[in-house]
Design a protein around this ligand. Structure first.
Ligand code: CU
Length: 500
């Protein structure tokens, strides 16, 4: 299906959603005007893509989503994936066009979202907002210019499919890369239960049932995690119990080994592809120099460890010592970990339960970072100030934004509106007793007036985060919690560009 054919329907459905008949629509419109939004197939979307220019070079990729298996240190589990877990890293140079054909061989609808990229709206992969879902047995070709270098990733935007094996890294190289390094490694973190203790759909059902689902005859309560605590996350660290934590698809009993040599300078791109787990990462015997947050450069900061929420990415540089070192990703508040091994010289392989002191020294979060002068948004006055109030509770599982649980049948109800060209301030107000990794599609905002550029941010319980961005990418953009279970329960809304 081509962009446009679905979008006209979406617009009509969006307006029909305010009332069941023409009279009801008119009556409502007279007191609360419904904003008209630029649609994903609208001319401004195509114009924004033309303005990106591009090299004209096309990188072609085929992704087949299908029922597969994962090998967890010798035990296999059934899952859904693109084949390998993670999917083979997609790599191209900024300005190039990605043409990715997705063939859906799953027993369910799917899509692919290109997390963090400011791409053309109709390629963003959000069924109900930017495209029709890719039906069972069907294909869809995503094609867009990748304007901005950085560390990104891909995953479906349908149900809790993200909590299966359907994810991979997307690296957009800088043709004028200013950093110098000898090796580059991609580290994808994940929390895993699919095919082991159940499926993500079963987890969502149990969580939605709340205490009733846990105690009642319908559910065993086996997936719900109580008492995952983290001071760094302001209390409750997560809702879901996972039997495994993975780095690049492998559990600590069968870790990936990165081989290099002493004194080599390595760039590590770290991506949290988890669904309900923040990770605290460190490399034993080393300090990390943080160079990028969510793909965008920051003034370098040295740290021992980093706390990474779901959807966030950090790039770090390390200069390797001589020996064998554990790269540990602690599942924050959950008492378990993922592990990889860095081998630059002779030595014994560390045990799966090795402890490293770096994890409890300085732990960096985004508030320690500032965008580089090149990456920072130029100073200008703010036009509209918008608020996204996060609400809900673990017990009721009624996660919402601005008092509304997202309804895919009425995607534009409660949408936030901006006008193309505006400088927008968005206050993300967390009124809940739990942290949320808030993610805005299609834009890389800046934390307040002098913070890092990011597209996914940890918002602690009872706090507000103020971000600013330029409304320069028209379309309908999902804005949601990147805890996939919170998002599916309703903690999602749409940012739209008003036409008048
Ligand atoms: Cu959340």
């Amino acid at each position: 299906m081509r962009p446009g054919s679905f979008n006209a329907n979406l617009t009509r459905r969006g307006f029909i959603a305010v009332g069941t008949g023409a009279l009801a629509t008119i009556a409502l419109a007279s007191c609360t005007p419904t904003p008209r939004f630029i649609t994903p197939g609208g001319a401004p979307v195509g114009q924004a893509e033309l303005a990106r220019g591009g090299t004209g070079h096309v990188t072609r990729v085929g992704l087949v989503s299908a029922e597969n298996q994962i090998d967890l240190a010798g035990t296999t589990a059934n899952t859904w994936s693109f084949g390998a877990i993670p999917a083979p890293t997609i790599r191209l140079t900024a300005g190039d066009t990605l043409r990715a054909t997705v063939h859906n061989q799953l027993p369910d609808n799917t899509s692919v979202h290109w997390h963090g990229l400011a791409l053309r709206n109709d390629m963003d992969g959000v069924p109900g907002a930017t495209q029709a879902p890719i039906g069972v047995g069907k294909k869809f070709t995503y094609e867009f210019v990748t304007a901005q270098p950085g560390t990104y990733w891909l995953h479906p935007h349908v149900g809790p499919q993200l909590d299966r094996g359907l994810y991979g890294a997307l690296i957009v190289e800088d043709p004028d890369e200013p950093l110098h390094y000898d090796d580059e490694w991609v580290v994808v973190l994940d929390d895993w239960l699919d095919g082991v203790t159940g499926t993500p759909d079963e987890v969502l059902d149990e969580l939605r049932g709340g205490m009733g689902g846990m105690m009642g005859s319908g559910g065993t309560g086996s997936h719900m995690m109580m008492g995952a605590r983290s001071d760094l996350l302001g209390g409750d660290a997560g809702d879901v119990r996972y039997p495994h934590f993975l780095i690049n698809g492998r559990p600590p009993a069968d870790p990936e080994t990165f081989a290099s040599a002493p004194s080599k300078r390595v760039r590590i791109r770290i991506i949290n592809a988890g669904s309900d787990t923040a990770f605290r990462v460190a490399l034993g015997g080393h300090r990390l120099t943080v160079t990028h947050s969510d793909g965008f450069p920051v003034n370098s900061v040295n740290t021992d460890a980093i706390l990474i929420g779901m959807g966030e990415r950090y790039d770090v540089l390390v200069t390797l010592g001589d020996g064998v070192f554990p790269f540990v990703a602690m599942a924050e508040g959950k008492g378990d970990r993922a592990l990889a091994i860095v081998r630059s010289g002779p030595g014994d392989t560390p045990s799966a339960s090795v402890t490293i002191p770096e994890l409890t020294r300085s732990v960096l979060t985004a508030d320690a970072l500032v965008a580089t002068a090149n990456a920072a948004l130029p100073t200008r006055s703010i036009d509209p100030e918008l608020t996204a109030t996060l609400s809900g509770s673990m017990m009721a599982y009624d996660w919402a934004i601005n008092g509304r649980q997202f309804d895919p049948a009425k995607p534009l109800a409660g949408a936030l509106g901006v006008i193309q060209g505006e400088r927008v301030r968005l206050r993300i107000k967390n009124t809940t007793q739990m942290w949320h990794p808030f993610h805005l599609h299609g834009h890389t905002y800046q934390h307040s007036e002098a913070g890092p550029r990011k597209d996914t941010s940890i918002v602690l319980p009872g706090t507000s985060l103020s971000v600013i961005f330029d409304a320069d990418n028209p379309g309908l953009w999902a804005a949601h919690c990147h805890n996939i279970y919170h998002a599916e329960a309703g903690m999602m809304t749409i940012l739209g560009y008003q036409t008048s």
